[in-house]
Design a protein around this ligand. Structure first.
Ligand code: ZN
Length: 158
Protein backbone atom coordinates (compact mmCIF):
# COMPACT_ATOMS: atom_id res chain seq x y z
CA UNK A 1 0.00 0.00 0.00
CA UNK A 2 1.45 3.33 -1.06
CA UNK A 3 1.79 6.04 1.58
CA UNK A 4 -0.83 8.73 1.57
CA UNK A 5 0.43 12.20 0.74
CA UNK A 6 -1.62 14.89 2.33
CA UNK A 7 -1.23 18.23 0.50
CA UNK A 8 -1.79 21.15 2.81
CA UNK A 9 -3.55 24.00 1.02
CA UNK A 10 -1.25 26.99 0.43
CA UNK A 11 -2.31 30.41 1.52
CA UNK A 12 -2.41 33.14 -1.15
CA UNK A 13 0.69 34.76 0.31
CA UNK A 14 2.67 31.49 0.21
CA UNK A 15 1.53 30.83 -3.35
CA UNK A 16 2.72 34.27 -4.47
CA UNK A 17 6.02 33.71 -2.68
CA UNK A 18 6.60 30.37 -4.41
CA UNK A 19 5.61 31.84 -7.78
CA UNK A 20 8.22 34.59 -7.33
CA UNK A 21 10.83 31.99 -6.36
CA UNK A 22 9.92 29.88 -9.40
CA UNK A 23 10.18 32.85 -11.79
CA UNK A 24 13.55 33.85 -10.31
CA UNK A 25 14.84 30.29 -10.77
CA UNK A 26 13.59 30.17 -14.38
CA UNK A 27 15.23 33.52 -15.13
CA UNK A 28 18.53 32.34 -13.60
CA UNK A 29 18.30 29.17 -15.69
CA UNK A 30 17.89 31.27 -18.84
CA UNK A 31 20.74 33.66 -17.98
CA UNK A 32 23.35 31.11 -16.89
CA UNK A 33 24.36 29.80 -20.37
CA UNK A 34 25.13 33.35 -21.52
CA UNK A 35 27.16 34.00 -18.36
CA UNK A 36 29.08 30.75 -18.84
CA UNK A 37 29.74 31.69 -22.49
CA UNK A 38 31.01 35.11 -21.43
CA UNK A 39 33.26 33.57 -18.75
CA UNK A 40 34.70 31.10 -21.26
CA UNK A 41 35.34 33.93 -23.75
CA UNK A 42 37.26 35.89 -21.13
CA UNK A 43 39.20 32.76 -20.10
CA UNK A 44 40.17 32.00 -23.72
CA UNK A 45 41.31 35.61 -24.25
CA UNK A 46 43.46 35.41 -21.10
CA UNK A 47 44.93 32.06 -22.27
CA UNK A 48 45.87 33.61 -25.64
CA UNK A 49 47.45 36.60 -23.92
CA UNK A 50 49.36 34.31 -21.56
CA UNK A 51 50.68 32.30 -24.52
CA UNK A 52 51.72 35.47 -26.39
CA UNK A 53 53.59 36.76 -23.34
CA UNK A 54 55.29 33.35 -23.00
CA UNK A 55 56.44 33.58 -26.64
CA UNK A 56 57.69 37.13 -26.09
CA UNK A 57 59.92 36.07 -23.20
CA UNK A 58 61.21 33.09 -25.16
CA UNK A 59 59.17 30.35 -23.54
CA UNK A 60 58.07 27.10 -25.19
CA UNK A 61 55.35 27.24 -27.88
CA UNK A 62 53.81 24.07 -26.51
CA UNK A 63 51.15 23.85 -25.13
CA UNK A 64 49.17 26.51 -26.94
CA UNK A 65 45.46 27.37 -27.03
CA UNK A 66 43.32 25.54 -29.57
CA UNK A 67 42.41 27.50 -32.69
CA UNK A 68 38.70 27.24 -31.92
CA UNK A 69 39.29 28.64 -28.42
CA UNK A 70 41.35 31.56 -29.71
CA UNK A 71 38.58 32.45 -32.17
CA UNK A 72 35.97 32.12 -29.38
CA UNK A 73 38.09 34.43 -27.22
CA UNK A 74 38.11 37.10 -29.93
CA UNK A 75 41.81 36.59 -30.68
CA UNK A 76 41.63 35.82 -34.37
CA UNK A 77 44.97 37.11 -35.61
CA UNK A 78 48.13 35.02 -35.38
CA UNK A 79 51.41 36.84 -35.75
CA UNK A 80 54.10 34.68 -37.35
CA UNK A 81 57.73 35.29 -38.23
CA UNK A 82 59.92 33.52 -40.79
CA UNK A 83 63.02 32.15 -39.09
CA UNK A 84 65.04 32.55 -42.29
CA UNK A 85 64.25 36.11 -43.46
CA UNK A 86 62.51 37.44 -40.31
CA UNK A 87 59.52 38.50 -42.40
CA UNK A 88 56.49 38.94 -40.15
CA UNK A 89 52.85 38.70 -41.08
CA UNK A 90 49.41 38.38 -39.56
CA UNK A 91 47.21 35.40 -40.27
CA UNK A 92 43.47 35.40 -39.85
CA UNK A 93 42.75 32.20 -37.92
CA UNK A 94 39.17 32.10 -39.21
CA UNK A 95 40.48 31.67 -42.78
CA UNK A 96 43.15 29.09 -42.08
CA UNK A 97 42.46 25.65 -43.54
CA UNK A 98 43.52 23.53 -40.59
CA UNK A 99 41.58 21.50 -38.00
CA UNK A 100 40.15 23.93 -35.49
CA UNK A 101 40.59 21.46 -32.66
CA UNK A 102 44.38 21.52 -33.02
CA UNK A 103 46.57 23.80 -30.92
CA UNK A 104 47.87 26.95 -32.58
CA UNK A 105 51.56 25.95 -32.44
CA UNK A 106 50.85 23.07 -34.89
CA UNK A 107 50.37 25.72 -37.59
CA UNK A 108 54.05 26.70 -37.43
CA UNK A 109 55.26 23.63 -39.30
CA UNK A 110 52.76 23.92 -42.16
CA UNK A 111 53.07 27.65 -42.84
CA UNK A 112 55.41 28.73 -45.64
CA UNK A 113 56.92 32.19 -45.99
CA UNK A 114 55.66 34.03 -49.07
CA UNK A 115 58.69 36.38 -49.09
CA UNK A 116 61.13 33.45 -49.25
CA UNK A 117 59.01 31.78 -51.94
CA UNK A 118 59.00 34.96 -54.07
CA UNK A 119 62.75 35.35 -53.56
CA UNK A 120 63.37 31.77 -54.70
CA UNK A 121 61.10 32.23 -57.71
CA UNK A 122 62.85 35.52 -58.60
CA UNK A 123 66.38 34.08 -58.39
CA UNK A 124 65.33 31.04 -60.36
CA UNK A 125 67.05 28.69 -57.97
CA UNK A 126 65.28 25.41 -57.47
CA UNK A 127 66.71 24.75 -54.05
CA UNK A 128 64.03 23.10 -52.01
CA UNK A 129 65.13 24.77 -48.81
CA UNK A 130 62.15 25.06 -46.56
CA UNK A 131 61.50 28.27 -44.71
CA UNK A 132 60.52 27.56 -41.13
CA UNK A 133 58.05 29.84 -39.44
CA UNK A 134 57.43 30.36 -35.76
CA UNK A 135 54.26 31.67 -34.19
CA UNK A 136 55.03 34.66 -32.03
CA UNK A 137 51.72 36.10 -30.82
CA UNK A 138 47.94 35.86 -30.94
CA UNK A 139 46.34 39.24 -31.37
CA UNK A 140 42.85 40.52 -30.77
CA UNK A 141 40.90 41.24 -33.91
CA UNK A 142 40.68 44.91 -34.78
CA UNK A 143 37.59 45.21 -36.90
CA UNK A 144 38.47 48.64 -38.34
CA UNK A 145 41.83 47.54 -39.82
CA UNK A 146 42.81 48.67 -43.30
CA UNK A 147 41.71 46.31 -46.07
CA UNK A 148 45.16 46.50 -47.68
CA UNK A 149 46.57 44.22 -44.98
CA UNK A 150 46.64 40.76 -46.48
CA UNK A 151 48.05 37.67 -44.83
CA UNK A 152 51.20 36.73 -46.71
CA UNK A 153 51.15 33.12 -45.70
CA UNK A 154 48.51 30.47 -45.97
CA UNK A 155 48.33 27.04 -44.47
CA UNK A 156 48.41 24.31 -47.03
CA UNK A 157 45.21 22.45 -47.56
CA UNK A 158 45.23 18.92 -46.34
ZN1 ZN B 1 61.07 34.09 -45.17
Amino acid sequence: MSPRIIQLPLSGRDRRHYMRELRAAEQAHRDLPAKVEEAYRAAHAVACHEWSVRQFIGGPAEPSPRIVDAIAGGCELLEVRCRRCSHESLIDLTEVVWPREKPIHTLAKVLRCQACKDERAGSGSSSARKSVTSCIAIRRTIRSNDPGEKPAKKARTR
